[in-house]
Design a protein around this ligand. Structure first.
Ligand SMILES: *[C@@H]1O[C@H](CO)[C@@H](O)[C@H](O)[C@H]1NC(C)=O
Ligand SMILES: *[C@@H]1O[C@H](CO)[C@@H](O)[C@H](O)[C@H]1NC(C)=O
Ligand SMILES: *[C@@H]1O[C@H](CO)[C@@H](O)[C@H](O)[C@H]1NC(C)=O
Ligand SMILES: *[C@@H]1O[C@H](CO)[C@@H](O)[C@H](O)[C@H]1NC(C)=O
Ligand SMILES: *[C@@H]1O[C@H](CO)[C@@H](O)[C@H](O)[C@H]1NC(C)=O
Ligand SMILES: *[C@@H]1O[C@H](CO)[C@@H](O)[C@H](O)[C@H]1NC(C)=O
Ligand SMILES: *[C@@H]1O[C@H](CO)[C@@H](O)[C@H](O)[C@H]1NC(C)=O
Ligand SMILES: *[C@@H]1O[C@H](CO)[C@@H](O)[C@H](O)[C@H]1NC(C)=O
Ligand SMILES: *[C@@H]1O[C@H](CO)[C@@H](O)[C@H](O)[C@H]1NC(C)=O
Ligand SMILES: *[C@@H]1O[C@H](CO)[C@@H](O)[C@H](O)[C@H]1NC(C)=O
Ligand SMILES: *[C@@H]1O[C@H](CO)[C@@H](O)[C@H](O)[C@H]1NC(C)=O
Length: 431
């Protein structure tokens, strides 16, 4: 495990393929254990990798958290990260005067930890910590982006019955028109995660970046009280209007990236927003309902198909929602879905999720498309290849990128730099 840890941090995913080829049997076994298991709880492990991959200089905190987490205990997760978040925020405040760059990086880390503290709490909508931790993450992030060489700017835009929220990061203060990347997340992550995972890398490579959130996503779910909508162009179009009205955007080089379930949302939005000129789906998402259903046994799906909502929900509530022994993955998956789609019924969640399919919209996509395929993705297993094959069969201009080795988890958790090299490298070729 420690060997693979050293290797994983030293090597980016596709490069390490050469290492696999050169390895002896012992080394092959160690490499085969990638991506890393930092925790025996698979869901906690995934979140730890997300955190670890976001901020190289915070790796020690994440390893310490991994050492003290108690498998299956959401309480241990939020408590561990709340302690880390407060301590890190306090350190940032102390660092501000002598060293502004230390302070900025420390605020970014604190913001990440407040989001981690929040992550497993959505099973109880009345828990005031859902708002308290978010206040902490927002404050820390605002302080961090205020001290960037070009400060990030929060925006709120009137949309169709709600407000699109976003954060704009320019390459510089000039009016030079530049290529611009809009980034959206999916089932759970925040626009702050978009900046950490991909946005900062894009800015380094000369892209202006706009991160946005709509209904169901963290800020809009909390402060506007709205669950997910499938027609995500309603979120995107006001953001593109806002960009079109600026002087520093090259509208002929406007790209959209969708991360995680954002792979569905971005495909849908780009299909109905012709001003998007290139599209990254990471990973490709074919059918959100199928993804949720894949966790359920056949007998349960038969009850769903028979339309008995009362019986279906009672079974899920007993087996998962109100069952502290159920796996973190199962409990978090349902808790988060109910919260984000704003329903207390898993039956209703599945009904809503039926609208989140790309089968009938890919024919509308007439721009270069990159489909990311994390070969060990357990959230949307096999779905990226379904998206890719349909786009090929429709003669679309599509490129497939397989993520393997340390990058083979959903969204390349633990290895965002590899993902960014692939996605941002491809975007260079798209225009
Ligand atoms: C594999 O290589 C490592 C050094 O990297 C060495 O310590 C180990 O003994 C080798 N194992 C085998 C089975 O050759
Ligand atoms: C973790 O969450 C639980 C449930 O909301 C709460 O009782 C506890 O105080 C939280 N821990 C910390 C340190 O905030
Ligand atoms: C974190 O700081 C907040 C605000 O000072 C405080 O209310 C909360 O109890 C602290 N939590 C922990 C775990 O120290
Ligand atoms: C949800 O949180 C509220 C506020 O902390 C608390 O009063 C209530 O007991 C919690 N409900 C459950 C089921 O834990
Ligand atoms: C850009 O402008 C902001 C004020 O709007 C200023 O704080 C910042 O230092 C400027 N950055 C650069 C690189 O000129
Ligand atoms: C466009 O920009 C101008 C000048 O900044 C502003 O007054 C106007 O409200 C903007 N319009 C839209 C649709 O954003
Ligand atoms: C739904 O299932 C429950 C429990 O098995 C049963 O009592 C009820 O009659 C069923 N309702 C319908 C409409 O089939
Ligand atoms: C709770 O979850 C555990 C682990 O999956 C399972 O063995 C148990 O049967 C569940 N309890 C109920 C009431 O379904
Ligand atoms: C796609 O359209 C066909 C024909 O209208 C319809 O039968 C099918 O249910 C649709 N599929 C999805 C996934 O929306
Ligand atoms: C990509 O991975 C899929 C399995 O997820 C495999 O079927 C396909 O052949 C791979 N494509 C390439 C080009 O390696
Ligand atoms: C297809 O997409 C690639 C980027 O992957 C781009 O370089 C090429 O110009 C596109 N071809 C057409 C015909 O649009």
């Amino acid at each position: 495990m420690r060997l693979s840890l050293v290797l994983a941090s030293a090597l980016a995913g596709t490069i390490s393929t050469s290492l696999v080829e050169a390895a002896n049997a012992t080394q092959k076994a160690a490499l085969a254990s990638l991506p890393l298991a930092l925790s025996p709880d698979p869901e906690f492990n995934f979140q730890l990798l997300i955190s670890l991959g976001s901020l190289p200089y915070a790796a020690g905190d994440i390893l310490a958290a991994a050492a003290v987490l108690v498998q299956n205990s959401f309480y241990s997760f939020n408590t561990t990260f709340a302690v880390l978040a407060n301590a890190t925020y306090a350190a940032a405040e102390k660092a501000a005067v002598p060293n502004p760059v230390n302070a900025r990086n420390t605020y970014f880390a604190a913001s990440n930890y407040y989001r981690s503290a929040d992550f497993f709490l959505h099973g109880n909508w009345s828990d005031p910590l859902i708002f308290e931790y978010w206040t902490g993450q927002t404050l820390a992030f605002n302080k961090a982006i205020a001290s960037l060489p070009v400060p990030g700017r929060r925006i709120t835009l009137p949309a169709d019955g709600f407000e699109t929220v976003g954060t704009y990061f320019a390459v510089d203060n000039s009016t030079t028109k530049r290529r611009t990347l809009v980034i959206i997340q999916g089932y759970d992550a925040a626009q702050e995660d978009s900046y950490m995972q991909m946005g900062a890398s894009a800015i380094q490579r000369g892209w202006n970046v706009l991160t946005i959130e709509g209904p169901g996503q963290p800020t809009v779910r909390r402060y506007q009280g709205l669950g997910f909508i499938p027609d995500y162009e309603k979120v995107l179009v006001p953001a593109v209007n806002w960009l079109a009205n600026r002087t520093d955007i090259d509208m002929s080089k406007l790209a959209l990236a969708g991360i995680s379930m954002g792979g569905y949302l971005a495909a849908r939005a780009a299909a109905y927003e012709p001003r998007i000129k290139a599209l990254v789906l990471d990973d490709g998402v074919w059918d959100v309902q199928a993804s949720i259903e894949s966790g359920f046994p056949t007998e349960l799906l038969q009850i769903y198909a028979a339309g008995n909502q009362t019986e279906f929900d009672a079974i899920i509530d007993d087996a998962i929602v109100n069952n502290a022994s159920a796996s973190s993955s199962a409990r978090w998956g349902i808790d988060q879905g109910l919260w984000a789609f704003k329903t207390h019924s898993t039956y209703n969640l599945l009904q809503q999720a039926a609208a989140y399919k790309v089968q009938n919209i890919t024919h509308l996509l007439n721009i270069p498309i990159l489909v990311g395929n994390a070969v060990d993705d357990t959230d949307f297993p096999g779905q990226a290849m379904e998206v890719y094959h349909q786009l090929v069969s429709q003669n679309k201009n599509v490129t497939l990128h397989n993520f393997t080795g340390p990058a083979s988890y959903h969204c390349q958790a633990g290895d965002f730099e590899t993902a960014n090299r692939a996605m941002l490298g491809w975007l260079e070729t798209a225009f």
